[in-house]
Design a protein around this ligand. Structure first.
Ligand SMILES: Cc1cc2nc3c(=O)[nH]c(=O)nc-3n(C[C@H](O)[C@H](O)[C@H](O)COP(=O)(O)OP(=O)(O)OC[C@H]3O[C@@H](n4cnc5c(N)ncnc54)[C@H](O)[C@@H]3O)c2cc1C
Length: 399
């Protein structure tokens, strides 16, 4: 079909649907679809800067969210407010486990630091806390029914649901890895999905540390995260669901913790691919008005499965881009690309690292036994030293 035919068909179906809506919303400076970490990060900065912001989600909060709720210190620092009230544990020690055909016994190494490495939260609690902060900053929150259509109208964007039409100058898509905004606005050829499953189980009497087990799943890892009164145990793979199954997870819990008393298994996709995404991947008529952030924009780190940091960073970048155009400091589209260029570079690097590591975890695990490699891991993954700065430090240390 010719592009002009498809455009006029889209306009016709929009006019038909629009005629059935009950509510037409005011014109907002920005609307944000999805009130997880990415959406709240964007809405918070916009509201705090005095913009009118409509934050939309298909759920009321608190709502459950499959997530181990671990925040690295770079994520904690990226937040605009303290999350101390919802931190369950602060971790200074992380145990890494693996298998190596050259060694009969399982291998284990420890990342340890005087400074915290990460903090443990429960996602339903964290997300409700962040939403409250965002509403207190001035954002207006509304629950919506499914998003049906998104179109450009003059300088504005219109979003149609069953029953309502919302209008804003900018739209930020933060509705997660399976969300609608990307499907409606972008060519998703750059987008891929990881997968993770988790369960909640009782804390053993003698307690437990934080463990990543690279022998627990093929092409991924298993984790055990302590949350004060319980453990969150899960399995992750960046590229396929093959090793990440309910029976694999339950078998792992039984083998490691000797129990089959678990809460129900929950799983979700993770959005990967921002390293390969260009602004041109959003369709031409929406490119300067719609920004995809968090899992919706593929901002999960494929090597580790960490997505909260990418969600915060990209959400804040979208807010800064909108503010840049509003204040006459440059087009939002260009500002968004420029704010995220370094992180997209880091994600590209991470994608190559994930392919090499998961193809032969024993080799990668052997490398992790060198203190320099472990220190580098903590600096990059925990504290956010990006690939360019890391390369610069290595070069300087050889001068
Ligand atoms: C099992 C598991 C464990 C994980 N553990 C960690 C971890 O320990 N640390 C870490 O950093 N990352 C972890 N991740 C990744 C992390 O959960 C995500 O990267 C992060 O939640 C992304 O935030 P987001 O705001 O982009 O999306 P989400 O948190 O998914 O939020 C999207 C929001 O959009 C809403 N929504 C969806 N569709 C619509 C719609 N059509 N209309 C309106 N609203 C909609 C949803 O209700 C939701 O509130 C894990 C993921 C999984 C699956």
């Amino acid at each position: 079909m010719e592009p002009s035919q498809s455009k006029s068909r889209k306009e016709r179906s929009f006019r038909e649907r629009r005629s059935t809506v009950d509510t037409v919303s005011q014109l907002w400076d920005a609307m944000v679809v999805g009130a997880g970490p990415a959406g709240c990060a964007a809405a918070y900065d916009l509201a705090a800067a005095g913009q009118s912001v409509l934050l939309l989600d298909k759920h009321d909060f608190p709502r459950p969210k499959a997530c181990a709720g671990g925040l690295t210190m770079k994520a904690v620092r990226a937040l605009r407010y303290s999350i101390d009230p919802v931190v369950r544990q602060v971790m200074r020690r992380v145990q890494l486990e693996g298998a190596d055909s050259l060694h009969p016994d399982p291998l284990s190494t420890v990342l340890q630091s005087r400074e915290p490495i990460c903090v443990m939260t429960v996602r339903a609690e964290l997300d409700e806390f962040c939403l409250r902060k965002t509403i207190a900053a001035g954002a207006c929150f509304r629950r919506i029914s499914p998003v049906r259509q998104i179109v450009r109208s003059g300088d504005d964007v219109h979003l149609l649901t069953d029953g309502a039409l919302y209008r804003a100058r900018f739209l930020i898509g933060a509705d997660g890895a399976s969300g609608q905004v990307r499907r409606l606005c972008a060519d998703g050829s750059w987008f891929s999905r990881g997968f993770a499953l988790e369960v909640k189980t009782a804390m053993p009497k003698d307690g437990s540390g934080l463990i990543f087990d690279f022998a627990g799943v093929s092409n991924g890892y298993a984790w055990i995260f302590p949350k004060g009164d319980h453990l969150n145990v899960g399995v992750y793979s960046p590229s396929s669901t093959a090793g990440v199954t309910r029976s694999r997870l339950l078998g792992y819990v039984k083998a490691r913790l000797g129990t089959d008393a678990v809460d129900h298994v929950v799983g979700q996709y993770l959005g990967i691919g921002a390293g390969c995404c260009q602004a041109e991947d959003v369709q031409p008529d929406l490119r300067d008005r719609v920004f995809l952030v968090g899992d919706a924009g593929g901002f999960v780190d494929p090597l580790t499965g960490e997505g909260i940091y990418g969600a915060l960073l990209s959400g804040q970048a979208a807010a800064a881009a909108v503010l840049s155009e509003t204040r006459g400091a440059g087009a939002a589209e260009e500002a968004f690309a420029s704010y995220l260029a370094d992180y997209r570079h880091t994600l590209r690097f991470s994608s190559r690292a994930a392919a090499a590591f998961y193809a032969n975890p024993a080799r990668g695990f052997r490398a992790m036994r060198f203190p320099l490699v472990r220190r580098t891991l903590v600096r990059t993954y925990t504290h956010g030293l990006n690939v360019k700065s890391l390369a610069m430090r290595i070069a300087l240390s050889h001068c």
